[in-house]
Design a protein around this ligand. Structure first.
Ligand SMILES: [Fe+2]
Length: 231
């Protein structure tokens, strides 16, 4: 948030999964409530509607159960506020020709689009058929740009981590603030001014978060370990 504040950012769009793996769900939701737009991620959906979901592995399922306790069982008023906010979240956000989703335009909450999927033409065509110009997504926690001509460009392969948009369609994965998985432990987000998408990496006190996870019964230690590896 400090990094965002010192730039001239006009609108903050959050692509979901504000809660689910981290040790401070209430605090994160409070921050997210101040964003201009926040859309629904599959973890918010799980917290709200899907106890015992088969979509989640054991550790993620445990984390969801623990997150629900933190959000709803500690303080009735905070629980009500969290519930109202979570229920207000939309699955997609459209701004002109640009589309914002958590997963993909095919299935906004659940579709994982991995870099290797550029070899799956049918899948990418289905996705780009639903995109007018640019689409922003998250979910895999892997930042980069999917181009209409079936390429995936990692931010490290972009000059200064800047993707200059042209007239071609593109789907931009903004990476993850709270649990990067591309081997870079710094928080990741993207700024966009209509012409350039810039991948931003921000150092933060990872160890402090790891220790907080270790201290949270109900969050598996591996959720802390992975932050140290960016995996
Ligand atoms: Fe997700």
């Amino acid at each position: 948030m400090e990094d965002i504040r010192r730039r001239e950012i006009e609108e903050i769009v959050c692509l979901g999964d504000v809660v689910g793996y981290g040790p401070s769900p209430l605090e994160c939701l409070r921050v997210a409530r101040e964003f201009d737009i926040c859309i629904l991620g599959n973890h918010e959906e799980a917290v709200l509607f899907r106890a015992g979901s088969k979509d989640f592995r054991m550790k993620a399922e445990m984390a969801i159960t623990w997150t629900k306790e933190q959000l709803f069982d500690k303080d009735p008023q905070a629980g009500d506020e969290a519930s109202t906010f979570l229920h207000s979240l939309q699955e997609t956000y459209e701004n002109g020709e640009d589309l914002y989703v958590h997963g993909s335009p095919r299935k906004p909450l659940r579709d994982y689009v991995y870099p290797k999927d550029v070899r799956n033409r049918a899948k990418m065509n289905e996705i780009f058929d639903r995109v007018e110009q640019f689409c922003f997504c998250g979910h895999t926690h892997l930042p980069g740009v999917f181009t209409e001509d079936n390429q995936f460009i990692h931010p490290e392969d972009l000059p200064m981590s800047v993707y200059l948009t042209g007239t071609e369609k593109a789907m931009i994965n903004v990476g993850s603030v709270g649990q990067p998985r591309d081997g870079d432990i710094r928080a990741c987000y993207v700024t966009f001014d209509g012409d350039a998408a810039v991948f931003r990496r921000v150092e933060y006190n990872v160890e402090q978060t790891v220790q907080k996870i270790y201290a949270s019964r109900g969050l598996d230690r591996s959720l802390g370990d992975r932050l140290r590896a960016g995996k």
